[in-house]
Design a protein around this ligand. Structure first.
Ligand code: NAP
Length: 513
């Protein structure tokens, strides 16, 4: 039975709990309780114990702790990877989640040391004189909110999802209350066990709730934050929660997203950009079995090369071995559960009402070392559709599924991208600066992050699907309208910006006591 780390202790809850099956075999990995702690007490502990302990430290001390924690967790990679396999993750998938999550701690540790003052109030720019005589000025400052950061995560990134939210909150001086998705909460629980054992964090800086959310949102105040990663429905329900809305709880959501990748007309078959585009699409369809909020769902290609693209992508997809994620020869493991697989099948059914399946058969495919009855397996599934079809721009199949759509000219590509109604990540693959500039500028308002990929930057590129601690992670509209990461901006999100007005010398004394 999974436990929660609340009020300074590990705590279990009574009852049989709900079994959490291994994604590959269906065997029970753990159970999650059906009831949880008193959320009023959990949030009270964060506010009364965690917040003061964190705020007693300066930015540089908190940054150093993040780095030390990263080093400590690196010593447990084997154990984390072994358990991660049970979520359906291959070695490559686990690296994205586990190593990527630990990497966020190092980046925020480094940024905190370099970009923030050692301690004291965080000044936003310098004082600005308002009166004519110079006796009255304005100075904006940031101070940490005195509440808790409640962090609700999706099942697909049990480690990265927690750490990418925790690191900026910690650096700001705000305690975290983490609620992982039930499906894969056992991996989050293991990582938090090691974090607690490290003894590095101040008391109350991180609490973990492995239980249903219950009345958690009812206890939030205007000094708390709520960040949600998950489906659009969950994000919408929490955004409209009467306490969240009524108390103006600082809210951010990362929801689903129909990300696109645009191939430039210059990138004909035989060019490096054509190969980059094809390789990237295959990667995005197969890493984490396509269960990535940033995965490419819509491949927008010039009408003249659609057959070439489909031919090249299907040739590569034919080489993908699906099966037991513990087997090193397997490229793609199962989805996180049978119910996730069924959900993808349902979405696929809607998509195939308007699109044609050009690669993969969900009912007949090869499997290495696994049984399709027990695990959430699907093959990579490539579709092709008319650009005016509605479903590819509206339905997210959260699995190894992507649709190729033809476009006619840069303005059309931008218009089609915008039909996704707001995305986390997009990419333009082209070596034609004029095309990239026209399409990139048109796509930007619809995206939180845009990769402009070509032969010159491909060697160092981190790829379409990988948000970095340095980049915004979030997007407008359908993507949830939130923003995470993006460097120090995510730290500032946990702080109040206040305009101090007074004599310049008083303002200086307040900022640097
Ligand atoms: P979900 O069902 O919305 O669940 C997400 C999280 O919200 C889980 O921890 C869930 O807890 C919790 N939750 C559900 N109802 C809640 C409520 N009323 N109050 C508080 N918490 C609640 O989504 P999912 O199926 O896990 O994730 C898949 C979706 O997430 C996909 O659509 C994908 O696009 C999206 N996603 C987005 C991002 C991103 O960064 N934008 C990243 C990953 C995934 P339980 O698990 O205990 O129900």
């Amino acid at each position: 039975m999974l436990e929660s780390h609340v009020l300074g202790h590990w705590r279990g809850f009574e009852g049989e709990g709900r079994p959490l099956p291994d994604a590959t075999t269906g065997a029970e990995v753990a159970r999650i309780p059906l009831s949880g702690p008193d959320f009023g007490e959990v949030l009270g502990y964060a506010r009364q114990v965690g917040g003061p302990a964190l705020r007693a430290l300066g930015f540089h001390q908190r940054a150093a702790i993040l780095k030390d924690l990263g080093k400590f967790l690196r010593g447990h990679l084997d154990e984390f990877h072994a358990l991660s396999t049970r979520t359906g993750a291959t070695k490559r998938d686990s690296t994205v989640d586990v190593d990527g999550g630990i990497g966020v701690l190092f980046v925020y540790g480094g940024k905190g040391a370099r970009e923030l003052p050692e301690r004291g109030l965080l000044a936003d720019g310098g004082p600005e004189q308002v009166g004519k005589n110079g006796t009255f000025a304005v100075q904006h400052v940031y101070t940490p909110l005195t509440g808790a950061a409640v962090e609700i995560n999706a099942f697909n990134f049990p480690v990265w999802g927690m750490l990418e939210k925790f690191a900026p909150a910690f650096l700001a001086g705000v305690p975290s209350v983490v609620k992982p998705a039930s499906q894969t909460a056992y991996l989050t629980e293991l990582v938090v066990r090691r974090i607690v054992e490290s003894g590095l964090l101040p008391e109350g800086a991180l609490q973990l709730v492995c239980a249903p959310p219950g009345d958690l949102a009812d206890h939030l105040t205007g000094q708390d934050l709520l960040s949600v990663t998950g489906s659009a429905a969950t994000a919408a329900a929490l955004r409209a929660h009467p306490v969240v809305a009524g108390n103006a709880v600082r809210f951010t959501a990362e929801a689903d997203s129909l990300n696109c990748s645009v191939l430039g007309p210059d990138a004909r078959p035989g060019t490096p950009e054509f190969d980059l585009y094809v390789g990237q699409l295959v990667t995005e369809m197969t890493v984490k079995a396509g269960q990535k909020c940033t995965a490419i769902r819509r491949a927008l290609v010039p009408r003249a090369v659609i057959e070439d693209v489909i031919g090249a992508v299907t040739a590569k997809l034919a080489e993908i071995h699906v099966g037991d994620p513990a087997d090193d020869s397997v490229h793609m493991g199962p989805l996180a559960s049978l119910s996730q697989r069924d959900e993808v099948r349902r979405a696929l059914k809607t998509l195939t009402g308007e699109a044609q399946l050009v690669h993969g058969n969900p009912d007949a495919f090869g499997l290495s070392g696994a049984n399709a009855e027990n695990g959430g397996f699907l093959p990579p599934l490539l579709l092709r559709a008319d650009p005016d079809a509605r479903a590819p721009h509206a339905v997210e199949a959260f699995g190894p599924v992507s649709t190729v759509l033809p476009y006619d000219g840069p303005a059309h590509a931008v218009e089609l991208a915008a039909r996704g109604a707001g995305s986390l990540a997009g990419s333009v693959v082209s070596h034609d600066a004029a095309f990239v500039s026209a399409v990139g500028g048109g796509l930007a308002p619809w995206h939180g992050r845009l990769l402009l990929l070509n032969r010159d930057n491909a060697g160092e590129s981190t790829g379409h699907g990988s948000p970095l601690p340095h980049t915004v992670h979030g997007g407008p509209g359908r993507a949830g309208g939130g923003e995470e990461l993006g460097g120090i901006r995510a730290v500032l999100h946990h702080m109040q910006r206040t305009a101090l007005q007074g004599s310049p010398e008083v303002l200086r004394a307040v900022v640097s006591p």
